[in-house]
Design a protein around this ligand. Sequence first.
Ligand SMILES: Nc1ncnc2c1ncn2[C@@H]1O[C@H](COP(=O)(O)OP(=O)(O)O)[C@@H](O)[C@H]1O
Ligand SMILES: [Mg+2]
Length: 403
Amino acid sequence: MTLSQYKNAIEASNIVSKTDINGIITFVNDEFCRIFEYSREELIGKNHNIVRHPDVPSDAFKNLWDTILSKKTYKSTVKNLSKSGKTIYVNTTVTPIINKQGIIEEFIAIRYEVTKSIELTNQLQLKEKELEDLNNTLERRVKEQTHELLVLNRNLEVKIKEEVENNRKKDRLLYQQSRLAAMGEMIGNIAHQWRQPLSELGITIYKMKKLFTSRGDEFNFLETYDHSRDVIKKMSNTIEDFRNFFNPNKVKENFLILDAVSETLNIMKGTLTRHNITVKVHDKSCVKINGYLSEFTQVLINLINNSKDAFKQKEIKNRQIDIKISKDDKNNAILSFSDNAKGIEEKIIDKIFDPYFTTKHSSIGTGLGLYMSRMIIKNSMSGDIFATNLKDGVTFSIIIPTR
Ligand SMILES: Nc1ncnc2c1ncn2[C@@H]1O[C@H](COP(=O)(O)OP(=O)(O)O)[C@@H](O)[C@H]1O
Ligand SMILES: [Mg+2]
């Protein structure tokens, strides 16, 4: 191979340029013109830094010049700029050509383009960076979310505690309200039961005055006196009945359901006669239950009051309440309380035990009676109470386990 054949081979496959000792271009091959998009005329005589990229720091050029001026070959991947502003990466070798006297005559630069592979590497690095960033953000997000969840959880716990406390307060309030309602009922009954003996006493005292003024008749006077004492005794008993009801000894006891029923009927005597209500009691079982007698009595009072209201509202003539006490095959005590006041509309029968549910005028209904009754039966006696419609009325069934 001759020298010119070598030269041709190199020039055909590489980007070649030559400059003089000052860096002024003296030769470019076709490949150089094609890659950097200049014509040969535009390049010859110009400084080689015509293809310099503004990104490249001047340090790099200092290094190049130091190397080649000390007669060494310089090798590097260089970032260049084409005429239209394209970035071109080239692997460059710059060799100083030295003459026989050992002086640098010119520089020859041989390069090949590596733009594609550099760009791919750059893109890859960019993607890797993005991925890393994404990973970092993800980790941070997970941490943040976990923290948020923790805070949320803590808030929720506080909320639940508050709600539970609110519910407890509401229950206490409901209980007090229902006791107040019952107390109102009691006072009404006392008034009723006292009306007759009070007028009786009035008559008696009048008689005494007459007997006293007409002088003598000691026998009649003493008889009238005894009668007055009886009346007063009866009034005092009435008070005693109600006092027991409102001052319940708060110890659970075993009691006959029948006793609770009798006490209720005694307390409610006034209401029942005033409203013409007949109550029939059937008890073949003599079953005892364990709980607070006064509370159980309150449930029965609620049921009687509801029947009374229904009788009045539906204008029932022949007003009947039936109370049956029995036991089922699982040894539960059953009290079924039925009236003939035309029953409860099916569409509301599921709601009647809800607090504040009432179909009555706000001056009569509190909607608490059945709610409290169910609370008492469930909480104090582990039993249940529910309502079913009959042909002409409703039955409330109370079921209480007897252990
Ligand atoms: N024996 C009954 N006959 C018909 N409806 C009844 C009877 N008992 C209860 N109800 C219905 O159930 C509702 C809720 O009763 P309750 O909880 O005692 O509250 P209130 O008596 O204050 O309305 C009543 O408003 C009424 O509509
Ligand atoms: Mg009621």
